[in-house]
Structures are given as C-alpha cells and as structure tokens.
Ligand binder design. Structure first.
Ligand SMILES: C[S@@+](CC[C@H](N)C(=O)[O-])C[C@H]1O[C@@H](n2cnc3c(N)ncnc32)[C@H](O)[C@@H]1O
Length: 302
C-alpha cells in the first residue's frame, strides 16, 4: 500500500511549447490528437476542465463551452496559456494537482486529460478526483501512452528491447514517465466508476521516415480513418478513451473547494483565496489561482 504523497513531474519553466511542439516535426501528432478529441468530446456544455492543460495547446477545441478551466501543475505553462487565451472571458487558469483538484463535486460537464496520464505515478487517485468533479453521466476524454504498441512489440521480439510490452504493470521508461498496458488501464478506469464508451488508437504512423515523406495532413486523415477499427487491437502508441461517469454525486457548491480540507466556504481576500475551515490561504498570481501550496500571511509559503 502507498502511504507517501505521489511525486509530481516538474514542468516549471520548461520550454515544452517551443522544444516539443513548435517546428519539432510533430504536426501529424497534433492533428491526429485533435481529430480524436473532436470525435470523443461533446461539442457543447457549461463547464469544461482540461487537466494538465500545459500552455493551452488544445484550448481552441473548446469553443462550445461557456466556461473553460485550464488546470496544470506548472504555473509558468499556465502563464503561457493565459497570454494566449486570457483575453477570452470564458477562460479560467488554475494551478493545481490532478491528485487534489480544488473544485466542488460535479462541477464539470466535460473533462479532458491528454498527454498527462503518462506522468502520473498514481493514476487511480487522479481518476477518482476526476470522477468526483465530473457530473454524473458526463464525459471524460482521456489519453494514455500504450506500452503494447506495434513498435514496442517489434523491438521486443527482435530482442532490441528487454522489457515485455505484454506485461500488465506500467513501465517507467524515465522517472515519472510511464507507458501503460491497455488492460491495466481499462481496469483502473472502470475501478474509478467510469464506463468505457468509445476508444480510438491514435498516432499509428508515428514513424520518422513516414512523417518525412507523407504530409502531416494526409497522415492525420489516414490515422482518423483507422483509429476506430484500430481500437480493437490497440497497437498504436496512444489510446484515447471516452469515459462516461457513473457516479451519483450532487453539485456541492459554485466553483472551488479547499484542496486541503475539502471545505466549501473559500472566499477571496485581497489576492488570495481563504479557507475559513482550515485557515489555508491560496495565492492568486496575476489572475491565476494557485492551489499548489498554501501560503500564510505571516511566514509566506508553508
Ligand atoms: C506532456 S504535457 C501535456 C500538456 C497538454 N495536455 C498538451 O497535450 O499539450 C504534461 C502536462 O501535465 C502536467 N502535469 C503533470 N502531472 C500533473 C499533475 N499531477 N497535476 C496537474 N498537472 C500535471 C504538466 O505540468 C504538463 O503541463
């Protein structure tokens, strides 16, 4: 049994946008992921939360939602997101952990989490939180990295890879970077009270040479045409899942709850959110709600 708090990967100050996405030869992956989200996510709703939204790469897909909450553990990435989306009143930026989300029960009509699961040491805790914050019968779109993909199977059978892609346990290839077996992940998703409604096997053409000779738009179109059928075998490196929440919980307040004591009486005091129940204070930094670590007036960070 785990007793310690899960470790969280540190993206603070990272150049994720410029060093991973922009002009880095990943246009195909970006297009394929967008196509998958469009197929799985309800077009409209009141509140959408993206968990681990980073710099807001995918936020243009949420045009049909009245309120869009971009949540991430990295304040600096959220500041980038805010520079990009901050002029749109629908957006709210929240620095917090997927393990202790500072939102009331049943707040969101839809939740999206893309390219984040592979960083989670304790997926079930985050899935439980997402189930709590999502309304009953509503949709959570999840992406996870698939360890049993074709490339990994090929490498394993030709002995260029020592670890088995067929083993159920997550494979941590670099600290806090995990690939998951689809059966293992399915069990966790169901265990958290979700029904798996639809799956897509995405980014099947993530092969250097192919990406160099075939335009990204074509590859993404092929990808989309096979992603539904491919889900039966799940041999692509990325799996997208539309999960339907089966929990029965009632909305427990307007927006925020205290991530420490779960108190629902948070109120704004100057540039902080204050919890009268446990006396925690949370900073608001340039318009971004920071629920990662409470601050105290006298001593600063605690
Ligand atoms: C690979 S990036 C993906 C960003 C975005 N979803 C995208 O696809 O462009 C992973 C993001 O997950 C965030 N993250 C990792 N662990 C987290 C946690 N426990 N709670 C909240 N965010 C987390 C990181 O800060 C980072 O921004």
């Amino acid at each position: 049994m785990h007793t310690t708090q899960p470790k969280i990967i540190d993206y603070e100050g990272s150049r994720y946008r410029t060093e991973f996405w922009e002009n880095q030869g990943r246009e195909y992956e970006d297009l394929a992921e967008r196509a998958a989200i469009r197929q799985l996510l309800p077009e409209k709703g009141a509140v959408l939360i993206e968990v681990g939204a980073g710099f807001g790469r995918l936020a243009d897909l949420y045009g049909g939602y009245d309120r869009v909450i971009l949540m991430d553990y990295s304040l600096s990435l959220l500041q980038e997101a805010q520079r990009r989306w901050g002029d749109d009143d629908r957006f709210l930026f929240v620095a917090a952990s997927a393990y202790t989300m500072p939102f009331v029960d049943a707040l969101a009509d839809s939740i999206v989490m893309i390219r984040v699961m592979h960083h989670l040491q304790r997926p079930s805790i985050a899935l439980g939180e997402i189930g709590r914050v999502l309304r009953d019968e509503n949709v959570f779109v999840l992406e996870y990295a698939n360890k049993r993909n074709l490339k990994s199977i090929g490498r394993y059978v030709t002995r260029r890879q020592s670890w088995s892609p067929f083993g159920l346990e997550p494979y941590e290839f670099v600290e806090l970077n995990y690939d998951f077996h689809p059966d293992w992940m399915t069990e966790r998703i169901r265990g958290a009270g979700f029904l798996i409604e639809k799956e897509l096997a995405v980014s099947a053409f993530r092969v250097g040479l192919l990406k160099q000779i075939v335009p990204a738009t074509w590859l993404a179109r092929f990808d989309k045409s096979i992603s539904g059928v491919g889900a039966a075998l799940k041999l692509a490196p990325s799996v997208f899942v539309r999960c339907r929440n089966t929990r029965q919980s009632a909305r427990s307040g307007d927006l925020f709850l205290c991530p420490v004591c779960k108190g629902r009486s948070l109120s704004r005091v100057d540039d902080t959110m204050f919890c009268p129940d446990c006396q925690s204070e949370w900073a608001i930094v340039g318009g971004i709600y920071d629920f990662r670590q409470s601050v105290s007036r006298e001593t600063g960070s605690v």
